[in-house]
Design a protein around this ligand. Structure first.
Ligand code: HEM
Length: 446
């Protein structure tokens, strides 16, 4: 097959490339470029070339069929200061070994065990909510999912540290965005932004390392607990020594972050969508009320609430918390009829593909019913990939698929979350897809 020489794309500013447009409105810019140029778009930012892939066939090639030729990209490696060599950022044999070791913590029986913590923490939060008060539901969901993940991963009560951890992650995000906004300002430059970035990471390090050390001390002679941290602290690779503290730290920081940030966003965006679509909200309330009949939900109820499942799927379609995955080519290759050079960055955006009218009718509308009759099975592989695909698929997807619907059902059963008039919800694409100034709601007790 004859390959086209280079994919089309925007010309951009002679020095900055497409940086100004990306900074103005990244998501809209991406959608427009794909509409205009097609399934493979070349985008230059300063001196860095990226290729945006938007056809499920090409995404499948990178994430599944030819995945051996791709590693995590420079963008994720840039966040190594926080994640180190944890599952999200590592590659090769280290990643394989760690994934094998951690996978059992996400087996069905463990998820079942974690649901008690999920439900207890939610009930405790709901007991503090008051009829008529205004809240930022993104903030609340972040606190809640952080508390849950700390308990199930670390086996820790987390009340006193939650405030500090939330603050430090908030600071991390602000500085991360600033560094990326100015296009990868090197971390070693002594700028005030870099100073704050390092301070946020140091604070998070103190929290996570403190937990690891306390846990290690309390495990001496006390046997194991089911928390993921215990699995790691008691892990041995053959006859060798246990997992080095730095590796435990990297995995714990990765899971601590991924395990709360994404599910908090999935919940917050779902409340936003329900607030915009009151008739869908009523359908969901009716299902939850009928199935639960006033009692607290349990894992076994999820199978009896199909509309809840469809709402979750549709929310992940429109507001995927991880809105893009990125890889780097290890050698020259062919994708979508174009030759892609070794070292190129390949970016695949759920935000774009999930809104492609070739696969989703009325793509911008919130229609949970579209998922009826096994609609997912009729889609091409990788037309819908909120959890990624292939061997690097999200390790926490079973966790999230239990946690998000259970928390949604618990909250919806007790409260209606009405959008606060005048509060405009704005998407802020960062490492994840966040709402810029939160999602403000007014609580109405049911
Ligand atoms: C709605 C919630 C979630 C979404 C949308 C989500 C999305 C994703 C996506 C798209 C990836 C693949 C990234 C890539 O291929 O580059 C990923 C990887 C990962 N996720 Fe999630 N995630 C969610 C929840 C969770 C939870 C609850 C945990 C942990 C408890 C978790 C831990 C991870 C880890 C460790 C990886 C890296 C896996 C590997 O490379 O082996 N995620 N996630």
């Amino acid at each position: 097959m004859k390959l086209s020489p280079a994919p089309p794309g925007p010309k951009g500013h002679f020095l900055l490339g497409s940086l100004p447009e990306i900074q103005r409105d990244e998501l809209d810019f991406l959608v427009q470029q794909v509409r205009q140029h097609g399934d493979v778009v070349h985008i230059r930012v300063v001196n860095h070339d990226s290729y945006v892939l938007s056809h499920p066939r090409d995404i499948e090639a990178v994430l599944i069929t030819k995945s051996n030729n791709f590693i995590k990209s420079v963008f994720l490696r840039e966040s190594r200061a926080l994640f180190g060599d944890g599952l999200l950022t590592s590659d090769g044999t280290l990643w394989q070994r760690q994934r094998r070791m951690l996978q059992p913590a996400f087996h069905h029986e463990h998820i079942l065990y974690y649901t008690k913590t999920m439900l207890d923490s939610t009930a405790r939060m709901l007991a503090t909510w008051k009829d008529g008060e205004e809240r930022d539901v993104h903030n609340d969901m972040t606190r809640l999912t952080m508390e849950i993940v700390a308990k199930v991963l670390f086996g820790e009560e987390f009340d006193s540290e939650a405030e500090h951890a939330c603050e430090a992650f908030g600071l991390f995000f602000r500085q991360y965005d600033e560094r990326f906004g100015l296009y990868l300002i090197p971390e070693w430059l002594p700028t005030p932004a870099n100073f704050r970035y390092r301070r946020a990471i140091k604070r998070l390090d103190e929290i996570v390392l403190g937990i690891i050390r306390r846990k290690r001390a309390s495990m001496n002679g006390n046997g194991h607990s089911p928390a993921v941290l215990s699995i790691m602290l008691s892990a041995h690779d053959g006859d060798g020594p246990g997992m080095p503290e730095q590796q435990v730290r990297d995995e714990m920081m990765t899971l601590f972050f991924t395990g709360h940030e994404t599910t908090a966003l999935a919940l917050a965006w779902t409340f936003h969508l329900l607030g915009q679509n009151p008739e869908k909200e009523q359908t969901l309330q009716a299902e939850v009320d009928t199935v639960l009949a006033g009692r607290a939900p349990g894992f076994q109820d999820l199978a009896r609430m199909p509309y809840l499942d469809m709402v979750f799927k549709e929310s992940l379609r429109l507001y995927p918390p991880a809105f893009g995955v990125v890889r780097e080519a290890l050698s020259d290759c062919e994708i979508g009829g174009y030759s892609i050079p070794k070292g190129a960055t390949l970016a695949m955006f759920q935000w774009v593909v999930h809104r492609d009218p070739r696969f989703f009718e009325r793509p911008d509308d919130f229609i949970p019913e579209r998922w009826e009759n096994d609609f997912a099975k009729s889609l091409p592989r990788c037309a819908y990939f909120p959890f990624g695909a292939g061997s690097r698929i999200c390790i926490g997807n079973t966790f999230a698929q239990a946690e998000v619907p259970l928390l949604l059902a618990s909250i919806i059963q007790k409260f209606q979350l009405k959008p606060v008039p005048g509060h405009r919800v704005v998407t802020a694409p960062s490492l994840t897809l966040r709402p810029l100034r939160g999602i403000r709601v007014k609580l109405q007790k049911r």
